[in-house]
Ligand binder design. Sequence first.
Ligand code: SF4
Length: 446
Amino acid sequence: MDMKKKVAFYTLGCKLNFSETSTIARNLVDEGFTRVDFTEHADMYVINTCSVTDNADKRFKTIVKQAQKVNPDAFVAAIGCYAQLKPEDLAAVDGVDLVLGATEKFNIANYVNDLSKNDYGEVHSCEIEEADFYVGSYAIGDRTRAFLKVQDGCDYKCTYCTIPLARGISRSDTLENVVKNAKEISEQGIKEIVLTGVNIGDYGKGEFGNKKHEHTFLDLVKALDTVDGIHRLRISSIEPNLLKNETIEFVGSSNTFVPHFHIPLQSGSDVVLKLMRRRYLTDLYVDRVNKIREVMPDACIGVDVIVGFPGETEEHFLTTYNFLNTLDISYLHVFTYSERDNTVAAEMEGVVPKRVRSKRSKMLRGLSVKKRRAFYEQQLGTMRTVLFESENKEGYIHGFTENYVKVKFPWDPELSNTLQEVRLDAIAEDGLVKCTILEQAGATLR
Ligand code: SF4
């Protein structure tokens, strides 16, 4: 009989959290635990929380209840950004036994010896200034992609953001370690690596042990480009002021870095950008988009935008809408502003009523659908390479082209985790693109 203790994880939030869950899980497996799915009976449930999630506490309580329903006697631990920001709130939730802050989450094995339940959540938190060391991580997503953490924390002071309070100062992994992790990932047969971090363009900042970094983000990109066995590298999200011409040009000439950029804008109004204390104005953003288009006309460009920030008038919002409407971008991720404790923005005047925030959000989500469709239409008839995923989704297998067009093809398990040359044929009713696999079409013709 397997006497190993079972542990299950639930991750909220971003790719960075996912990569850290993987590392923490691997450490616990090394300590003798067996990892099981969150829906299964486990001895311990670990919830990796996020502070960006709306109604974070409500969501957290629901997940704790979910775990307790499967095993009421299980030990429940909370880690992650929300655990760092509001440890006492999480500790007070019924059923929670342990709350670990930003430095302690990687030492969870030291806190879970006998797994006996506590009457009240035990908190091992830290001052965020203590979170000045770096722990490397990566997560294998759906067996075709991996999220590789290269950087953590942020030194910026955007007025709405709690991430610097939850994750500390900007610091990065060494170049050698990132390359080593990338090799390890490719040896597992994973074809695509997505670089993750809080502010990855800031790569090279901070110290690792006693060693000062001497590398930039461009050095990182160049080093990863030479690692054998990696088919695709994707830069996830990068601040516009940190996306240099040299990086865009290098990506344009690389065979492994794909033509896909996700660049936070947050507002198309300079007035609001200043209120947000972002480090650029719209001129710089336009310049970045134009540079990408000049080097890679077919690149996919995604944009983050926040609506309903305090002080955003109807006019400012319309400026944002028109700015995005005329800009040659491919899709939007729209966030509705919500107040966060201990931020400058939470105290600002000009609060936008909630119903206005949701109306603006709806308008921009509509614009995103239009932008994505226009981008997909431009791509029809072109030949691309698709990395197929591994799930059967109602009789279809899905995948992404290098420039992030989502395609579907009738289910064929042989295609799982393979790269295929395709022709993009038509947009299906669900908005995905139907394609022809060129090799198969060739075989039919012969
Ligand atoms: S750049 Fe701004 S929004 Fe992004 S993590 Fe840093 S402070 Fe937060």
